[in-house]
Design a protein around this ligand. Structure first.
Ligand SMILES: Cc1cc2nc3c(=O)[nH]c(=O)nc-3n(C[C@H](O)[C@H](O)[C@H](O)COP(=O)(O)OP(=O)(O)OC[C@H]3O[C@@H](n4cnc5c(N)ncnc54)[C@H](O)[C@@H]3O)c2cc1C
Length: 450
């Protein structure tokens, strides 16, 4: 069967683009927690080849796993066993930046980093940014509705999309890339595909909006004697300044690990909680930012960075959290939102929720404070994955939160989807899935528990 699959795919994309050996980077996910054997990896060159592959898969009854940069953290980008991985890595075309509309159309395989560079060269900016920017692709970020550090100001990926081109699970191509900001002509398929995690079709191109680059940028790292003070200060900053691009929360346990794992240290004395805030505007925001932070309750110290290298040093402290935690072995990762008024309580109590189930586990919490979005990483869980996951996700829901803020449901959380979505909602989602992917070939096992 496998030989026949390879032969038929070679006829579509050519022998160089059907891979059968050295598949580790396609079969093992970024956390190294999820892995499975693929029948093979196919690398189509364009939308037409993707459509031919999907139509072939329907006829052959073969399941497909779309893959971008393979930085997804919920196990949805790697095979579970026997699927064909469809890598979008060759769809790297970048269209001309339209300076009038501030938009650009890019292929699904373009990295977030390359999109940033394209926007920058035109004096503009792509507003979605996160630590995996060097590998994560535009297609993957649409499929996961990625968030990141600038959501507080610009919104998630869904808010940046003006249109998509995609091959549905039926094999049909839908292409709506005109870039009209106002276009109420029926269902918004781009929005539907955004966050669908490869379960409805394969995104092949995306038209995104770009924002004006603000020339004056300032970043501050503030230490606090307690989490509540950091959260209160974050809320006060967002209320007072409409120039806040990012407001990230870190705890001493995470900063300590980053220092020991990768040798990046904090420029201010150690504190219970840290707020990393970035503002950008036409004029310098240092004074307004410094004034609010200076009067903040529980502030222990603050460092303000204005040059790019100073700013990079502060951001490394935050960006190195995920890689540093990985040095302890594959963690259990939770990416959750709680209402802002519950955030401090949640951050302070979630470690106990974990240790009640797995006493030897280490819990690290950090994330996008302004969105109420925390990354809860649990290391050292040997055989209680399901119990820890159940306890953490139920604690989130008890606080009125969401079990997936931005990473998606993937395979990791599929059996807990019902905690946030009613039977009617899941039924509607399944009906859409059946309509757009009638043979169930698109990323089976992701989003819906079978
Ligand atoms: C260090 C680090 C930091 C991160 N920080 C953030 C963060 O702050 N915010 C955030 O939201 N995420 C974050 N992530 C998670 C991840 O980077 C995002 O989910 C990203 O959008 C995934 O993009 P990708 O190209 O790697 O997709 P992949 O990992 O390849 O795939 C992710 C999912 O999308 C599907 N998919 C991929 N490409 C397509 C396509 N073209 N069409 C249809 N389906 C497709 C896959 O099947 C899979 O279900 C982080 C990850 C790492 C490793």
């Amino acid at each position: 069967m496998s030989g026949a699959i390879v032969e038929q795919l070679v006829a579509i994309v050519g022998p160089a683009n059907v891979l059968t050996t050295d598949l580790d980077r396609y079969e093992v996910d970024w956390t190294r927690r999820y892995t499975g054997r693929a029948a093979c990896v196919v690398r189509p060159a364009d939308t037409a080849e993707v459509a031919t592959v999907v139509s072939w898969a329907r006829r052959a009854g073969v399941a497909l796993v779309p893959q971008g940069g393979n930085t997804g953290l919920v196990g949805g980008s790697v095979p579970r066993g026997g699927e064909v991985v469809v890598s979008l890595e060759r769809l790297r075309h970048i269209g001309p930046v339209d300076a009038l509309s501030r938009q650009v159309t890019v292929g699904a395989g373009v990295t977030i980093h390359d999109l940033h560079e394209t926007a920058r060269a035109a004096g503009l900016r792509y507003a979605v940014d996160f630590g995996a920017r060097g590998s994560a692709t535009v297609g993957g970020s649409v499929a996961t509705n990625a968030g990141g550090i600038n959501v507080v100001r610009y919104g998630m990926t869904r808010q940046q999309i003006v249109g998509v081109e995609a091959v549905l699970g039926t094999g049909d191509v839908v292409s709506h890339l005109q870039g009209l900001v106002k276009d109420n002509t029926g269902f918004d398929l781009a929005s539907l595909l955004c966050g669908s995690e490869g379960t409805l079709g394969i995104v092949t191109a995306v038209r995104v909006r770009l924002v004006t680059e603000q020339p004056a940028r300032v970043t501050a790292l503030a230490g606090f004697d307690r989490v509540e003070a950091a959260v209160e200060t974050m809320a006060s900053l967002c209320r007072s300044l409409d120039t806040v691009d990012a407001a990230e929360l870190m705890l001493d346990s995470g900063v300590d690990l980053v220092e020991s794992a990768v040798g990046v240290s904090s420029p201010i004395p150690r504190a219970a909680a840290y707020l990393l805030v970035e503002c950008s505007a036409h004029d310098d925001q240092s004074e307004s930012l410094g004034a609010i932070l200076g009067a903040a309750p529980g502030l222990s110290d603050v460092a303000i960075a204005v040059t790019p290298s100073q700013r990079d040093a502060l951001w490394r402290l935050r960006d190195e959290h995920t890689p540093s935690i990985n040095t302890l072995g594959p963690p259990l990762k939770f990416d959750v939102t709680v209402p802002i008024d519950r955030l401090a309580g949640f951050v302070s109590s979630i470690g106990r929720v974990v240790s009640d189930v797995a006493p030897k586990a280490r819990t690290f919490v950090f994330g996008h404070a302004a969105d109420g979005n925390m990354h809860v990483n649990v290391s050292g869980v040997v055989d209680r994955d399901v119990d820890v996951t159940d306890a953490v996700l139920r604690a989130v829901v008890a606080e009125g939160g969401s079990i997936s803020a931005e990473h998606g449901i993937g395979v990791t959380k599929a059996r807990w989807l019902h905690l946030n979505r009613s039977a009617a909602e899941i039924g509607a989602m399944r009906a859409i899935k059946t309509a757009l992917d009638p043979d169930g070939i698109m990323n089976p096992g992701v989003l819906f528990a079978d």
